[in-house]
Design a protein around this ligand. Structure first.
Ligand code: SIN
Length: 305
């Protein structure tokens, strides 16, 4: 019998696939739909301290190997987001992760306290969006001192287990991972989008995205994500949700072997629909059967042996 159940701290997942923040995660109905399609856990779109329009269209463009996005963390009001989150927590058949952000360290604390009232299984601090500036003019996740300060503030503000989402856009992701673990993070998710990158429209001669630059996701970033997860696993003891470019069960196997305990699938949902969660779980199971792996524990971190 092949067992693909995953564990993140004390939370059990029927399978290791996770809907990451930013895809189909605004309403309880869409989160429930993704859960019903086979995701092992679902994450809300990042919830902010107040309603935010985000950047003007176009905010997403397809490029070779994936997508560039610069949505700009658009979100409904905090009250509306918490209403949807509360319904999702009550009605979802799988664990719910509430992603959130603030523009300052104090705002991270305030929003963490508010979203925690809905009692999600985890809260996830998004300190890694490349498309907006925080009060220091760069994502908190690019500096280990700020990353740790946000983590500490959130831990002081909430009793819900905390995931901190890291950016690959740093010279050494190990330093950031160590800092957030030391500051109290219960799990790490990695990676947020790569870059930022840029695409220029040849007829107008202008950048395609209204915000000019955007974060890259999709299959082209998989090797970067696998390397980041590998380095984080070498550095910390907390579980890792590995994400970035996973499209198939075999991509998921790589991520697990690098050290992830669960795997996020985002851009592939955009391309192939929520059915991709069942496809990835099926392919993962078949790989394990053919190669004699009985449970995920046999795969997780195998590349380090
Ligand atoms: C965005 O809203 O611009 C993307 C979100 C993220 O990268 O965290």
């Amino acid at each position: 019998m092949t067992d693909i159940r995953a564990t993140l701290r004390s939370v059990s997942l029927e399978n290791p696939t996770v809907l990451p923040a930013g895809i189909l995660g605004i309403t309880a109905a869409s989160l429930k739909r993704v859960a019903a399609s086979g995701a092992g856990a679902v994450t809300t779109k990042s919830i902010g301290p107040q309603r935010r329009e985000g950047h003007k269209n176009p905010v997403v463009v397809e490029v070779n190997g994936g997508l560039l996005n610069s949505v700009g963390l658009s979100c409904p009001s905090l009250e509306e987001s918490i209403e949807e989150l509360t319904s999702a927590v009550k009605e979802s058949r799988v664990p719910v992760i509430a992603s959130f952000y603030g523009r300052s360290i104090d705002e991270f604390g305030l929003v963490a306290a508010q979203v925690s009232k809905a009692k999600p299984d985890f809260i996830e601090a998004n300190i890694s969006c490349p498309n907006i500036e925080d009060e220091y003019g760069k994502p908190f996740g690019t500096d280990h001192r700020f990353a740790a300060a946000v983590t500490e503030k959130v831990k002081d503000s909430s009793k819900i287990p905390l995931i901190v989402k890291l950016t690959p856009n740093v010279p050494d992701i190990k330093v950031i991972a160590a800092a957030v673990e030391e500051a109290g993070a219960d799990c790490i998710s990695a990676i947020n989008t790569l870059g930022p990158g840029m695409l220029i429209d040849l007829s107008s001669g202008k950048p395609v995205l209204s915000n000019r630059f955007g974060g890259m996701s999709g299959p082209a970033v998989l090797p970067v994500a696998v390397r980041c997860v590998y380095e984080i696993y070498d550095t910390v003891d907390v579980p890792i949700i590995g994400m970035g470019g996973i499209q198939s069960g075999l991509d998921a196997v790589q991520m697990l072997m690098a050290g992830a305990s669960a795997v996020g699938i985002g851009t592939a949902v955009w391309k192939r629909g929520p059915e991709v969660f069942n496809v990835v779980s099926g392919e993962l199971t078949r790989f394990m059967q053919v190669n004699g792996y009985r449970s995920l524990k046999d795969l997780i971190g195998r590349a380090h042996q």
